[in-house]
Design a protein around this ligand. Structure first.
Ligand code: BGC
Length: 496
């Protein structure tokens, strides 16, 4: 065989292997329907049971029973612990759907995510110290006023992890997600931990009055900023709209009829009903959909990510197929597999050894995939540079073409799966048939939905393939509620 023939044969073998992987990532309409039905079942189960099990969604009552309409006013503090950053902000709500925000944002230090010995004190001490940095920068007057003259400063705390919420301002951590693993925090009240840490910093004048999830925050912030809340002007919930996050992690919340939330303490429910409340926002924690893998499409790469490379094996399996934290890992696992079969990275000098960067979990950021996804440059130059920069790996043009196919298969599956909870909630709440024309708005936040090229249109395409059909899909408005969690936490603090 000539060198040329050899080259062609290996390119063909790579193409065949990649086509077969891509086929495993395909999600068709029947699968979408099966998952949507199962999602509805899992929601119903989760609304009934007070314990958390792998066969039901967590469906956490948020104690938020009213929605803002954009006329709210006030200056509130908010703190927001997400998967990548911690933000402290003050939010000035102008009462006309607009707000002014001042913030200090910091990247969560690696040792808090990676160190097995990190304690809750380390984490919440860090949050309190960052809060002090914010206060010194933007509200130093607070530190100059004598304690006796201090008015408490209300703070809303967005904590973007599953919490068993017992009231608007208390809740215990059910489990960590998105890489955190500080064991002693599970089962503890995160408001108490943060409040105590603030006191140790000399910030007792700050009162954490509301605890919320980023998905609820996004939803509230969307309601505040949207001027399309004509039917919400009473400030009461009458429209089932969804708030969702597709970023480092994924999750969604929606408005549920109080009488369907069977798990709620009957006394609490009666109290709400006596106060004239009819609905409550539910945080679904849909990242943990189908942890028993009854319907989720599963490749060997999904199993590897969950079992070998994630901090929470067996949990958040839906999130591990969708969110920004895992898209790069999926590509990396596919590439490791192809390399182990001698099919890719032929230009790498020690061909028989696994390149160092490829071996390292989380080395491939989802941002890299977003560049490859839309690379239409001659010779796929952008892809070449991305692979060189992120993994230090040279590639041939035929290899790059196959890498792009893999990227597109991974992102398409993520977007298609993302349509499932939206379709399920729209069906369960009958949102599309409730109003004249039944149009609904969905407030979204997160790097994937906001920035990943084509993600929203692929998601819409899957919505049209779902049981809500093309007609239902046309009634859905996906709106980006950027940085919603800070504003949402402030809105929660306002009503607390
Ligand atoms: C968490 C959710 C959060 C979502 C988006 C998930 O990993 O469990 O509580 O809302 O990430 O940040």
């Amino acid at each position: 065989m000539s060198f040329d023939d050899l080259h062609k044969a290996s390119a063909k073998a790579l193409t065949e292997a990649v086509d077969s992987i891509c086929q495993e990532f395909v999600v068709g309409p029947e699968k979408i329907e099966e998952m949507t039905n199962f999602f509805i079942e899992s929601m119903e189960k989760g609304l009934t049971q007070t314990t958390h099990s792998k066969d039901a969604l967590d469906m956490i009552p948020t104690y938020v029973t009213g929605l803002p309409n954009g006329t709210e006013r006030g200056v509130l503090l908010a703190a927001d612990l997400g998967g990548t950053n911690f933000r402290v902000c003050s939010v000035d709500l102008n009462g006309d759907h607009t707000f002014v925000m001042k913030q200090v944002k910091s990247k969560i230090p690696d040792e808090l995510l990676e160190d097995d010995n990190a304690t809750p004190k380390d984490l919440f001490g860090y949050l309190a110290r960052r809060t002090m940095v914010f206060i010194k920068k933007y509200h130093p007057e607070v530190l100059e006023t004598a304690a006796a003259d201090q008015k408490p400063l209300k703070l809303g705390f967005t904590f973007s992890y599953p919490i068993d919420q017992s009231s608007l301002n208390s809740g215990t951590l059910i489990r960590w997600t998105k890489g955190f693993k500080i064991a002693d925090t599970v089962g503890k009240d995160v408001v108490t931990l943060y409040q105590d840490a603030l006191a140790e910093q000399g910030l007792s004048m700050i009162k954490v009055v509301a605890l919320t999830n980023d998905t609820t925050g996004t939803f509230l912030s969307h309601c505040y900023t949207s001027d399309n809340t004509d039917s919400l002007t009473s400030g009461e919930i009458s429209e089932p709209i969804i708030g969702c996050i597709f970023g480092t992690g994924t999750n969604g919340c929606y408005v549920e009829d109080l009488k369907n939330i069977k798990k709620l303490d009957p006394k609490v429910r009666e109290r709400f009903i006596a106060e004239g409340k009819t609905h409550m926002v539910i945080n679904t924690e849909w990242g943990s959909f189908d942890n028993e893998l009854k319907v989720l499409p599963t490749t060997k790469y999904d199993l590897d990510i969950d079992q070998k490379y994630s901090a929470n094996p067996g949990f958040h399996l839906f999130e591990k197929r969708i969110s920004g934290m895992y898209l790069g890992e999926l590509l990396r696992c596919c590439l490791v597999d192809l390399h182990s079969k001698g099919l890719i990275f032929s230009q790498y000098r020690s061909y028989d050894q696994l390149p160092h960067r490829l071996k390292t979990p989380n080395e491939l950021d989802s941002e890299v995939l977003s560049h490859i996804e839309i690379d239409d440059s001659t010779g796929l130059r952008e892809t070449e540079l991305s692979m060189l920069q992120s993994l230090r790996l040279p590639t041939t043009l035929s290899e790059r073409k196959e890498i792009q196919k893999l990227v597109r298969a991974i992102s398409r599956r993520a977007a298609y799966l993302s349509a499932v909870p939206l379709a399920a909630i729209l069906i369960k709440t009958d949102a599309l048939n409730k109003r004249y024309h039944g149009e609904v708005e969905i407030g979204c936040d997160g790097s994937v939905v906001e920035l990943y090229p084509g993600f929203r249109s692929m998601l819409r395409h899957a919505l049209a393939l779902s049981p809500i059909g093309a007609e239902g899909e046309r009634k859905v408005h996906l709106k980006i509620a950027k940085d919603g969690s800070g504003v949402g936490a402030a809105l929660c603090a306002l009503v607390a």
